[in-house]
Design a protein around this ligand. Sequence first.
Ligand SMILES: [Zn+2]
Length: 350
Amino acid sequence: MAAPDDDAIPDRLRELGIHRVSLPAANEMGRVNAWIVDDDPLVLVDAGIGDDGAIDALEAAFRAVGRRVEDLGLLLLTHQHTDHLGLAGEIVRRSGAELAGLAPLGPYLADFPAEAAADRAYMAELLRRHGADEAAVSGNEEGWARFHAAGGSARVTVPLVAGSTIALRDRTLELLHRPGHSETDVLFVDAAARAMFGGDHLLRATPSVSMRDRPLPAGDGARAPDPSEDDVAVTIRYRESLRATAPLPVDLVLPGHGGAFRDPAEVVEHHLAKQDRDAAGLLARAGDAPFTAGGLAASVWPQAPASLAHVLLSTVLGSLGVLRAAGQVEVVDAPAGGPVRFSARARARG
Ligand SMILES: [Zn+2]
C-alpha cells in the first residue's frame, strides 16, 4: 500500500483536528513547533519557549481554531529541552491544564533555574574534559544562561513512563521512549490514525544532534554514570532509537521543528546514512596524531560562536562514538582531570 503523498498532509491534519503552531525560539533552530490537538480535553503538544512574542503567537494560534489558551486541558511534553517546555509554567497558570511528561521531567521542572544551572555546570565540566578552551567554556555558559532564562518551573501533574497511554475522546496516544537526542525523548503514537508526535527524535531535514546532556534521575534502570563510556555513547543510543522507530506503522509524523512528513522509515534511513557520512568526514579530518574532541570541534567549525560549543562538542562525540563502535577510533588517554584523547586506529594497508 502506498503512503499518501505530502499534498494530502493538510487534509489529514484537518481530519485529525491537529494544528501546527510555529513559535519563535532564540536558538540555532530558529523556530519550534507546538501542536494543538482539538479533542476532549483540548491538548497542546510542547510548550515553546518564553521568547518575545511566543505567548502572543500561541494565543493567536488558539484563536485561529476557535479556542483559547484558557480552554487547554492537557499539555504534553516531548522532551527536556527548553525550547519545547519553556512556556509550560505560564500555559498551565493560564489554563489550569494538567501537565504530562516522562517521569524525570517532574523533578527537572520543579526547580528549573537550579536544574538548568546544574546543566550548565555539567556542560562546562564536559567541555574541559574534552579539551575545549576557556573561551569556549565561558561563551557556552553565557549563551545557555540566556536560553535557560526563557524557561521556567512547572509542576508535572501526570508523570509518564514508556507504554503509558493517554485516552482522549477521539484518540488514544501511546508513549514510546526514544532516548538519543535527549534522554527524555518520547513519541506519542496514535496507532489508529497511523500518526505520531515525534518531538526532536525524528525531524525531516536532518538527524538531530545527540546532545550530551547531564543525566537526569532515570528511575528504573538507572545506573552510575561512566563518563568515558557515556560521552561517546550518545549517537549509538540515538541510532538504536531511530532503528526502533523505522518499522512503526505510521505515515504521518508531527515533529518538533519543521513541517509534518509521512515516511519515518525513509527518513530514518537517510539520517543513519548521514551520520555515517559525517563520521567518515570527521575521521578524514582527524589525521594520525592523537586529538581531543574539543580540539577537533574547534578545527571543524573555527568560526562558530562559543555559545554553540556544547552543541558542536556533542556532535563530534556522537561521530566518535559511531567510529569507535566501528573499530576506527579508540580512546588513547583519559586522565582523571582530562583531557580525553582519541586516536584513529592504524588503517589497514594493502
Ligand atoms: Zn531538543
